[in-house]
Design a protein around this ligand. Structure first.
Ligand code: FES
Length: 142
């Protein structure tokens, strides 16, 4: 039921870990399944994402989508990273079963939350980026 790519990213996740003093970090969660994803970004002066790491406490599809999401945003500008939607992540993984679509949404939200944090720290606005819906405290209490 899972594609080879999903299994590959689940078994050998890319960019797992954390970044010390990240340019931006975002944590999101899904209140229903309880899974949590954190994304760290290292962005250079030109606004290019030089490094990205993730930590995911969640299901296998959440691990695979985080891993693929980091691969997709690495080397991109923050503006380009904003275009990495959950659909793009799913396509890159050759699809996900319908019950696992929300896991890929978590990856998109984690990127956005990390970008939001980066923009806040730099005092800039990233066009098209919306404030994350809820922070992790609210998710934990939900
Ligand atoms: Fe919730 Fe996968 S089951 S993120």
């Amino acid at each position: 039921m899972y594609s080879e790519k999903v299994m590959d990213h689940f078994n050998n996740p890319r960019n797992m870990g954390e970044i010390e003093n990240p340019s931006g970090v975002g944590t999101v969660g899904n209140a229903k399944c309880g899974d949590i994803m954190r994304m760290y970004l290292d962005v250079d002066e030109a606004g290019v994402i030089r490094d990205v790491k993730f930590k995911t406490f969640g299901c296998g599809a959440a691990v695979a989508t985080s891993s693929m999401a980091t691969e997709l945003v690495k080397g991109k500008t923050v503006q380009e990273a904003l275009q990495v939607t959950n659909k793009a992540v799913m396509e890159a993984l050759d699809g996900l079963p319908p019950v696992k679509v929300h896991c890929s949404l978590l990856a998109e939200e984690a990127i956005h939350a990390a970008l939001w944090d980066y923009a806040k720290k730099r005092g800039i606005t990233i066009e098209g980026l919306q404030e994350p819906v809820a922070d992790i405290e609210e998710i934990a209490e939900a």
